[in-house]
Design a protein around this ligand. Structure first.
Ligand SMILES: [Zn+2]
Length: 564
């Protein structure tokens, strides 16, 4: 839906007043059309950056003007509405196109010619960029991200919108173009056409390069999978076909058919992020195999499954609003972990430990009430997100409950918010999770998470562990975690589980029977299974001041450093 600017409403009112008393059944009321963009046809010339956007707009109200977000370059030719010359005005991040009035239910074709600036959001690749790969060839990359498709032309950039797309890209001979949909190509023109609808954040995206070598990865459950690798990146050599094929199959078993037909491409490039979930056209960093995120057991495997999970969690089921961002990263991470718990528990444990460590320095809650720009807070979704939305609740309830909620949320083309995730988690667990969400999910400023002081004592062969909440916040932090205590000299270990209940408590206590010779000193480990964002607040506890954005590639960090 497109919001009607106030100017449109005033025009509408003026018309109603001037016509009062009239009896014109056939009259079409002028004003701003409300409705949806059902299709984008985007012509783009890689060499000149000239573009023509032809969009199909289905009206839901009468009107004669359409206003859409627009942050692309200058208008370069006549704008048309249903083939007739229209007036176009650009300003304030919007484009208004006015022409012959049409009734509600009309299908309009609007064509706008304009340039696309080679510009990105700060140091990121959001926008249109040309970064060189290690062979010295430019990687042409057009990335919308959430709310960003209007960088390339008139586009309804609200995250919850689904459209179909045709990308028609003119390029030098020898350059390959990969984008969502079925691809047909001549020497100098490549067309990608979707036979599905998808959100703009991921589907409005184009990659082009002359470095790629195609590798057939076979049929996975009837889906033809191809890797477009850059020689030297080592991606093809390290690609675990069987693991990813099994993961795709596991996703299909749980959440329904792969949503993007019978083709899946992996596209390697010199990217800012580890990966990006363009529907059926997943982009991967060229550094994953050789210079990947060290926190994970295998950065390439982890990222590939994360992006496959996004085909369902992010693309098919998408974000209701910008500040619902955390659920899509939380799900992609948690689903990757969940799959690994069965066949690769070490990988699952390391991912869990990585989230726990990333969260330690998070600057924002998963749903930050101060509403910072997405680029400033999205990095905090990767650690705290999977921890607070799934891993902690898995420990409080069960893994099966989490999967039940995920099955209810995914597998349908629709937009959902954090509130929907909460509702399905409540249904699956049978509990009211309001206190839990108010503690861990929603909040303002830098989260402390649960900071505790620990007291460990033994008396009459009973080991007692007491955790005191030291956060001095008004809220309690519902959680469960264990403390593993090792006896001095004997080396005997005992694990004590602490459980706050779903409302949370300022003090938690648990105990365990131990043998007579059990001697307590400082030999204990807090939350060895990393099932809660709990940290010790004693002076000996060390907190790194280094802020971690887990999704940034080494290449991105180097570029940023160079520029500063
Ligand atoms: Zn992701």
């Amino acid at each position: 839906m497109v919001k009607i600017p106030m100017r449109g409403i005033l025009a509408l009112l003026a018309f109603v007043v001037s016509c009062s008393g009239g009896n014109e059944e056939e009259a079409i009321q002028p004003g701003q059309w409300n409705g949806t963009v059902s299709h984008y046809h985007f012509n783009f010339d890689l060499s000149t950056k000239a573009a023509t956007t032809t969009l199909t707009f289905v009206t839901e109200t009468d009107g004669d003007c359409l206003t859409l977000p627009f942050r692309a370059g200058e208008l370069t030719s006549v704008t048309t509405l249903n083939g007739e010359q229209a007036t176009a005005r650009k300003g304030g991040g919007l484009l208004e196109v006015c022409g012959t009035a049409a009734k509600a239910g009309a299908i309009l074709t609007i064509q706008v010619a304009h340039s696309v600036p080679e510009a990105t959001w700060e140091d990121s690749q959001v926008g249109y960029s040309e970064w060189n790969d290690d062979l010295g060839n430019p990687f042409h990359y057009l990335v919308s991200w959430v709310g960003g498709c209007d960088r390339f032309g008139p586009c309804d950039s609200q995250p919850d919108q689904f459209s179909s797309y045709t990308f028609e890209v003119t390029h030098p001979a020898g350059t390959q173009v990969l984008c969502p949909g079925k691809i047909t190509a001549t020497n100098t023109i490549t067309t990608c056409e979707t036979d599905f609808s998808a959100p703009t954040y991921s589907a409005f995206g184009i990659a082009a390069s002359k470095s790629w070598q195609a590798h057939d990865l076979g049929q996975w459950n009837g889906v033809q999978v191809t890797l477009f690798d850059i020689p030297g990146s080592q991606t093809q050599e390290n690609f675990s076909i069987s693991k990813h094929r099994d993961f795709l199959s596991w996703m299909e078993n749980n959440f329904g058919d792969y949503p993007y037909g019978d083709e899946l491409r992996f596209v390697v490039g010199p990217t800012y992020w580890g990966g990006f979930e363009h529907p059926g056209n997943i982009v991967l960093s060229d550094g994953l195999a050789t210079n990947g995120f060290s926190a994970f057991k295998n950065a390439l495997e982890h990222t590939v499954n994360h992006e496959i999970a996004h085909m369902w969690a992010g693309d098919q089921t998408t974000l209701l609003g910008v500040y619902d961002f955390a659920w899509k990263e939380a799900m992609a991470e948690y689903l990757t972990y969940l799959f690994d718990t069965v066949d690769d528990p070490e990988s699952a444990q390391l991912a869990n430990a990585a989230w726990h460590s990333f969260a330690n320095n998070a600057d924002h809650y998963p749903v930050p009430e101060e509403r910072p720009p997405l680029l400033d807070y999205y990095g905090d979704a990767y650690g705290p997100g999977p921890m607070v939305l799934f891993r902690q609740l898995e420990a409080l309830y069960s893994r099966e409950n989490m999967l039940t909620a995920l099955k209810a949320l995914l597998g349908k083309q629709r937009a959902i918010g954090i509130a929907d995730v909460k509702e399905e988690l409540e249904k699956a667990t049978g509990d009211d999770l309001s206190d839990y969400f108010n503690a861990w999910v929603y909040g303002q400023g830098k989260p402390t998470w649960l900071r505790i002081s620990l007291d460990v004592s033994v008396d009459n062969e009973i080991l007692t562990v007491t955790a005191q909440d030291t956060t001095n916040s008004e809220k309690t932090w519902p959680c469960t975690f264990s403390v593993k205590v090792t006896s001095r000299e004997t080396g005997e270990t005992a694990t004590v589980r602490l459980f706050s209940g779903i409302e949370g408590q300022p003090q938690l206590q648990g105990s365990s029977t131990v043998s007579a010779g059990f001697i307590v000193d400082s030999g204990y480990t807090l939350a060895p299974n990393k099932e809660c964002l709990v940290y010790e607040s004693t002076p000996t506890a060390t907190f790194s001041n280094e802020k971690v954005n887990p999704w940034l590639t080494e290449r991105a960090k180097k570029r940023t450093k160079r520029r500063r």
